[in-house]
Structures are given as structure tokens and as C-alpha cells.
Design a protein around this ligand. Structure first.
Ligand code: MN
Length: 363
């Protein structure tokens, strides 16, 4: 729960780091560069994060992965994420390769897929499945395969014979991709655990599997926090008064004081990057509910509190403070302001550039 009041929060430390330039994170020791690409491409396909996928395609191609190897990950993904996700990723790869071609980069085509014989596909697929699980399939069929024999045929003839039979990627790599995709897909037990077991059987170590799941999870949380950064159901509102705010700020009144017997008001405040309030106090305090972006809450002589979506700040009465956006982030919060003597705030000095920058560099 992020719903913690300020006093408690200050004692447990900060919730998020200062927003920085996007750097390529270090490769986890238990994943090779190639494996990291396989995991990221699979995870981003499963969650539909096409812009991260675009970056990863570039990185993978630059680090020597061939076009056909990347295409093969996307073919594998169609079996586990469906045609729409797979085709979106394929279109994204197409755009990336066109762009690279236009800027004079020639990417390696790589190995061609093997042809799978039309005859004996069911038996071939069954053999692949047994190779992946490391044990003979139980007969007669049971569970879903017995209940819907059509799906059993598709699984054996198509997934395990047609797709796995194409080569280009090893069983180990296909399972690593599948585990990454399933780890970020909700409600896929017991298939997820079954694939973790198959991956181990194909030589993926526990450390590598854990690293793959962690990287995939990071892809998912980065995508989800990015998605919510644009999200507010309320209108932008009007520009905030110059004597209260520095930079571009919009205020949308949601509940006016006269609607609440002059006890409190509720408004949404949208700060463009680096925009912030002046220093101010509230006669009966204020509550901030953070909707999106990264921002700061700073009290005089206290460490800064770094804010992101879901954070709640309880501001005590008569305490000098300011709030606003981090550099490079559009920050939106709801403010619930208590009113005394027809006033919700007393406005003080502007937050100087030096004061703002010192907050940015606070760890
Ligand atoms: Mn305030």
C-alpha cells in the first residue's frame, strides 16, 4: 500500500528514485546479451509494448542477432500470445528494419527455417513435447486434450511439430522466450509452471530463469507506469495563477468551496516538467493524491519526498512546503484543501532554480 501519511513515510525513506536519462540497464549476470534480447522481445510482445520493442529490436540487431532469429521469436510468440500481439510485433520489426535500411545499415538475414515433413506430424510433435518435458506423454490422453481432441492435434501437429520444428532457435531459447511471455501474462497457471519446468529440462538454470522472469517483470512495470502517465479522467482546466506557480501549470476545479459549506475544495493540478507551486502553507492542511508522472513534495528543512502515481501526501497545517513536477515528467495530482477563514493557502516566495535543483540532486 502506498497510502501512507507523510510522517510514516519519512521514516521509511523514499519510494522512487530521481528520474534520470534512460540508460541501458546492466545485463543480469545469468543472462547473455542474446538471452536478454530474447526475454525482452518476448515480454514486450506479450504485453504489447511496441515502443520498447522497437528499441530492443535495434539493440538486438546491433549486438549481432540476425533478422530471422528475431522473426522466429515472434513466430514462437504467436503460439503463446495470439496472432494480434505477434502481428503487431512483426509490423514493428518491419518498421525498424526499413528505418535501418534507409540509414544504410545492412542487417544479417541469418539461418532459414527447416521444412517440416507433412507426413507423421502428430508423432513428430509428440516426440518434441516429450523432449521438452523429459518424460513420455501419458496415454490415454487426459484433461483438456481429451476433452477437446482438436486442440490436442493442433498442439502436436502445429505448435510442437510445425513451429518447434523450424529450428533457428534452440528448444532452450524457445522455452526461455515462452517463460518470459507467460511470466507477464495473468491467469495462465498451470501452463506457466509447466513451461518453467520445460525450460529447466532444456538446460535453463534456476538463476537464468529467475533473471528472465525479473527482466520480463521490469518490462511490464515500466510499460504500465508509462501508460498511466497520460491518464486522468478529468479535464486539464485553466492555467494556474502566476503568483502561485512557476512554469506551466493547469488547475481544474472539481469541488468548489461553496459546494462543501466552505470546509474544503478539491482540484486537479497538472504540472508540466519542472513546474511547481511557490512556497506556501495551508491553515488546516491539505491532502495530495498523485495520479501520474514523477514529482516532488518538499517541506522546509526536511528531505524531499519523491512522488509517483498512487502516492498520498498528508500535509500538516501551517507547514511551509511546495509541490511540483520532476524534470522531464508531467506530474498530475488531486489536491484536497481544507479552508479556514475563506482561505485554503497562504502563498509565500517563489521556489528558486537553486532550491529546485538541490531537490533534484537529493538522493
Ligand atoms: Mn500545498
Amino acid at each position: 500500500m502506498k497510502n501512507i501519511c507523510l510522517s510514516l513515510l519519512l521514516s521509511v525513506g523514499f519510494l522512487c528514485g530521481c528520474p534520470q536519462e534512460k540508460n541501458e540497464p546492466p545485463i543480469p549476470v545469468s543472462l547473455s546479451r542474446r538471452e536478454l534480447s530474447i526475454v525482452k522481445i518476448a515480454a514486450c510482445t506479450a504485453i504489447g509494448d511496441l515502443s520498447s520493442l522497437q528499441e530492443e529490436f535495434d539493440t538486438a540487431l546491433n549486438s549481432g542477432m540476425s533478422l530471422n532469429e528475431i522473426k522466429e521469436i515472434l513466430i514462437q510468440m504467436y503460439a503463446y500470445c495470439g496472432f494480434p500481439r505477434s502481428l503487431q510485433s512483426i509490423s514493428t520489426l518491419m518498421k525498424v528494419t526499413e528505418k535501418r535500411k534507409a540509414s544504410g545499415i545492412s542487417d544479417t538475414e541469418g539461418p532459414q527455417p527447416a521444412t517440416v515433413p507433412v507426413d507423421g506430424k502428430y508423432a513428430a510433435g509428440k516426440a518434441v513435447l516429450e523432449r521438452l518435458t523429459g518424460k513420455p506423454e501419458q496415454t490415454p490422453l487426459s484433461g483438456a486434450n481429451a476433452f477437446v481432441p482438436g486442440i490436442d492435434i493442433f498442439l502436436k501437429e502445429h505448435l510442437f511439430a510445425d513451429i518447434f520444428g523450424r529450428g533457428i532457435l534452440s528448444d532452450r531459447e524457445r522455452e526461455l522466450a515462452t517463460c518470459a511471455a507467460l511470466s507477464v501474462t495473468d491467469f495462465v497457471e498451470p501452463m506457466r509452471e509447466a513451461h518453467y519446468a520445460m525450460a529447466r529440462n532444456c538446460g535453463v538454470s534456476d538463476e537464468t530463469l529467475a533473471a528472465a522472469v525479473a527482466v520480463a517483470g521490469e518490462c511490464r512495470s515500466a510499460f504500465e507506469s508509462g501508460k498511466s502517465s497520460a491518464a486522468t479522467p478529468f479535464a486539464l482546466g485553466n492555467p494556474g495563477p502566476r503568483e502561485w506557480f512557476t512554469g506551466t501549470v493547469h488547475v481544474q476545479n472539481l469541488v468548489t468551496p461553496d459546494e462543501m459549506e466552505n470546509l474544503y475544495s478539491v482540484g486537479q493540478v497538472t504540472f508540466e516538467p519542472k513546474a511547481r507551486t511557490f512556497w506556501h502553507t495551508h491553515p488546516i492542511g491539505q491532502v495530495l493524491l498523485v495520479l501520474s508522472g514523477n514529482g516532488f513534495y518538499k517541506e522546509k528543512n526536511r528531505p524531499v519526498r519523491k512522488l509517483s502515481a498512487g502516492d498520498v501526501v498528508c500535509i500538516p497545517k501551517n507547514v511551509g512546503h511546495w509541490h511540483g513536477a520532476a524534470p522531464g515528467s508531467r506530474f498530475i495530482h488531486i489536491a484536497i484543501s481544507n479552508i479556514a477563514d475563506n482561505s485554503a493557502a497562504e502563498w509565500l516566495d517563489e521556489v528558486t532554480e537553486t532550491e529546485y535543483e538541490s531537490v533534484c540532486s537529493e538522493k
